[in-house]
Design a binder for this molecule. Structure first.
Ligand SMILES: NC(=O)c1ccc[n+]([C@@H]2O[C@H](COP(=O)([O-])OP(=O)(O)OC[C@H]3O[C@@H](n4cnc5c(N)ncnc54)[C@H](O)[C@@H]3O)[C@@H](O)[C@H]2O)c1
Length: 436
């Protein structure tokens, strides 16, 4: 068997090995991954193109909230974690984990250019016995059809000379309960030996490793999880719009349905999808499916409903101003409360707040925002202002950070549009609060 010819380098060999793992990409995924491996006793090298990020990490300063500097600094001091901009050092690592961005192009097609350029850099330095694991979210067959051929340009063969696997990262930034350590790690290698070698690396560092038979199964697992969320969010977003028309409180319905102990999982409506994953990943599958003459209609429909939400929310703000303040949107002063894509984090990537602000500005509203986590919003050319709700015609709660006193906010506001049920049942009964 091909895979049996690969000799995993599990023993520490000072001649050839300095690092148990090199993690390429020191972002939301890479830093928690390095932290989790290092805490389990592994030595980890973080590679990133951003020199300022590398310098700060080497000072023990973390830019990722999930890994506080107080936890990173001792690991840096002990030499368990170091960061570099130099790809050359991966020669001295046993394993290379790729945790790089996989965005969509302007035409909403997969843009794998960052992963492929990193694979080229890795390929140049690839040696016998290396383990390479792709962790970036992507469509099924990327590991086999995109990464493997680049790495094999060296003449080395996956499964024979080096190990290759896919293992999706499932971290949920800001989630204190579920972390890189206790969310099970799904692993699928090009060969069974590749799967085992990758599983060995995670074993002991994460609580559970779940092996699948191929990289494709692992790639699609991650997409299924995100598509599941996208489709269910679209369902409640659609229901919220119907409920508004029928005069039914959608939040009350969701709360009631959630009392069913089986067969129902609660999803909340909102101003639209945000973050690096759910608005983007499903379209990786849509794109790949076309190659197989297949149309992923649930994904497209969910995308359509979810992408319409900022437009729907703009009309809610307009109605709230008409009825609650006898004003039109044009010329009204509107305070957007919360611009991060979800509560209690600073991440603004794909945040629906950005789209909503753009739509409100285009309708002639005067916009300011308050977000204790996001001091500046370059996308809108704005900076966070003091929370003084009485100074605005309307306050729109787009992201419900937990450190805001919502009852006090309602008391001090003229009109509130609550897109997150942050004001709860009291808000929903209050005449000056409009909810989704
Ligand atoms: N953020 C999440 O919540 C999350 C969760 C699960 C999976 N993912 C997936 O993980 C992958 C990484 O996402 P992320 O959120 O960590 O991205 P990120 O933007 O936080 O970090 C990526 C890092 O890679 C660096 N980088 C860019 N090009 C590089 C190159 N050529 N060589 C070395 N470094 C380079 C950037 O400077 C940045 O620090 C994506 O595929 C994403 O979909 C993200």
């Amino acid at each position: 068997m091909l895979e049996e010819t690969v000799q995993p380098q599990t023993e520490h060999d000072p001649e050839t090995k300095t690092w148990d793992a090199a993690v390429v990409g020191a972002g939301y995924v890479g830093v928690p991954l390095a932290h989790t491996l290092a805490r389990a006793g592994r030595s980890v090298l973080l590679i990133d193109v951003a020199a300022d990020v590398v310098t700060a990490l080497n000072r023990g300063e973390s830019h990722i909230t999930d890994v506080p500097s107080t936890e990173l600094a001792p690991l840096v001091e002990q030499g368990r974690i170091r960061a570099t901009t130099e790809y050359n050092e991966i020669r001295n690592a046993d394993a290379i984990l790729i945790a790089l961005p996989t965005p969509l192009s302007k035409q909403r097609e997969p843009d794998l250019s960052i992963v492929t350029s990193a694979a080229e850099q890795i390929g140049i330095r690839l040696r016998n016995g290396h383990l390479v694991i792709l962790e970036s979210t992507t469509y099924p067959r990327t590991t086999r059809e995109v990464v493997q051929p680049i790495l094999e340009r060296t003449g080395l063969k996956a499964g024979r000379d080096f190990h290759l696997a896919f293992s999706p990262e499932r971290v949920d930034p800001g989630n204190k309960t579920w972390t890189t350590k206790n969310v099970p790690k799904v692993v699928g290698g090009i060969t069974p030996a590749c799967t085992e070698r990758a599983a060995d690396l995670y074993e002991g560092a994460v609580d559970t490793v779940h092996r699948v038979s191929t990289p494709e199964a692992a790639e699609l697992t991650k997409l299924l999880e995100n598509i599941f969320r996208s489709v269910n969010i679209a369902l409640v977003n659609e229901l919220a719009q119907l409920c508004e028309r029928m005069g039914i409180d959608v939040w009350e319905v969701i709360e009631a349905a959630s009392t069913k102990p089986f067969g129902f999982m609660s999803f909340q409506p909102g101003p639209g999808l945000g973050g690096h994953c759910i608005p983007i990943d499903p379209f990786y599958l849509t794109w790949k499916a076309r190659e197989y003459d297949f149309y992923t209609e649930f994904i497209e429909l969910a995308g359509k409903v979810n992408e319409n939400m900022p437009y729907y929310c703009r009309s809610l703000v307009s109605q709230a101003l008409n009825h609650g303040r006898q004003r039109s949107l044009s010329g009204s002063k509107v305070l957007v409360l919360g611009v991060a894509y979800k509560s209690d984090i600073a991440d603004i990537r794909e945040s629906p707040a950005i789209k909503l602000i753009e739509l409100l500005l285009a309708a002639g509203a005067e916009i300011a925002y308050h977000d204790p986590f996001v001091p500046h919003l370059p996308e809108a050319g704005l900076s966070s202002v003091e929370l003084d709700p009485a100074a605005y015609d309307c306050v729109v709660i787009v992201t419900a950070h937990s450190n805001i006193d919502y009852a006090d906010l309602v008391a001090r506001s003229h009109v509130v549009v609550d897109l997150r049920n942050a004001t709860g049942p009291d808000g929903r009964r209050n005449d000056k609060v409009w909810t989704l």
